[in-house]
Design a binder for this molecule. Sequence first.
Ligand SMILES: O=C(O)C1=C[C@@H](OP(=O)(O)O)[C@@H](O)[C@H](O)C1
Ligand SMILES: C=C(OP(=O)(O)O)C(=O)O
Length: 445
Amino acid sequence: MAAPIPGPILGFRGRAVPSRGRPGGAGGRRAIMRGMTVVEIPGSKSITARALFLAAAADGVTTLVRPLRSDDTEGFAEGLARLGYRVGRTRDAWQVDGRPQGPAEPEADVYCRDGATTARFLPTLAAAGHGTYRFDASPQMRRRPLGPLSRALRDLGVDLRHEEAEGHHPLTVTATGVEGGEVTLDAGQSSQYLTALLLLGPLTRTGLRVLVTDLVSVPYVEITIAMMRAFGAEVTREGNVFVVPPGGYRATTYSIEPDASTASYFFAAAAVTGGEVTVPGLGADALQGDLGFVDVLRRMGAEVSVGPNGTTVRGTGELRGLTVAMRDISDTMPTLAAIAPFASGPVRIEDVANTRVKECDRLDACAENLRRLGVEVATGPDWIEIRPGAPLTGAEITSYGDHRIVMSFAVTGLRVPGISFDDPGCVRKTFPGFHEEFAALTAGW
Ligand SMILES: O=C(O)C1=C[C@@H](OP(=O)(O)O)[C@@H](O)[C@H](O)C1
Ligand SMILES: C=C(OP(=O)(O)O)C(=O)O
């Protein structure tokens, strides 16, 4: 039985709120008073990736204001350049010369690094053009699936061949444009499959109807639809069917809001230390569902205020246990798992099966690392339960090359001396300057 898609997801908020963060999205902080800090978080990875796709597909030159500069988004921009798009990058703004007719290069070899948005969105963009395009990715990304997206593209007539394992990179797309039509998609493992198809919709000759049988991470689809509208396209939803007419995209100037998943580490830091963190540019109009992590902190006892231009979390000294379903905001599951040992009762996180197919198996990685610190933990296919009580001891955290494991356990390290990481540098995927910013955050607390 297909799981119902939570709704409604259409008819919402329009343009992104411009970040008031430090230009270039490099992060930064200002101490206002002892224990109170304004943290300027780098741009959203998800919004930057979509903006790059939309800009490449649009008619005209698009300017992205304050894009995220990190391994994932630089890999995406480099992938576009390999396909023959002209991408100009300065510190504070990226410009893309759109090509509604598809990639300029008739042949290209694209390396997607660790980025799932790159690895799933770029082959879909290439399919709308004319040429032969080969995509490969890092060993980590090669392990991650894209079978349902490949099958949907093939059902739409795209010649897509996996070279080694079916449903995994490397793959080759021999593109002749996409006619359009109706296709069925299981996005129960990743919403990125649906995002890729929606983004493709306006580039098809007759439009797309996507019948979705299951869907995780719904707020990411909402981001996609809002951004498609900002670039002049339309999406409607009839029950579980998403309808996208043809018509292409219009170039624009687009401001990228700060990354809400990245902000979760700073909000969590406030909650566990009794400090106060304000993130400007992520307020009530934010596009990203991951800002909902502050509601979890509020339920646990933190004081939270979401204003028009920013969000503030203040630790109160109280951190209650809770049971929470995180299907919609699963990138923040490791953040919660990493602070759960400080709660006054058990923390149970449910409905997060797809965190097992991210940069690593995040349920197992969190459980193993927490146990190493002395915490009692149980896991199931789609849940983890952390039972605080035992004394905590420092240990080396195994990162599994996963930026979120490192950034989450850095928060634990604010209260547990002796935590170190085997691969601290893997934060480069979304926040190359994380360790410096995070160390400076609490220096004045
Ligand atoms: O579309 C996106 O930008 C993303 C969607 C989510 O993935 P899933 O849909 O695979 O859960 C999220 O975890 C990822 O970091 C970014
Ligand atoms: C899962 C993540 O990334 P992606 O799927 O975009 O590689 C993430 O950033 O937590």
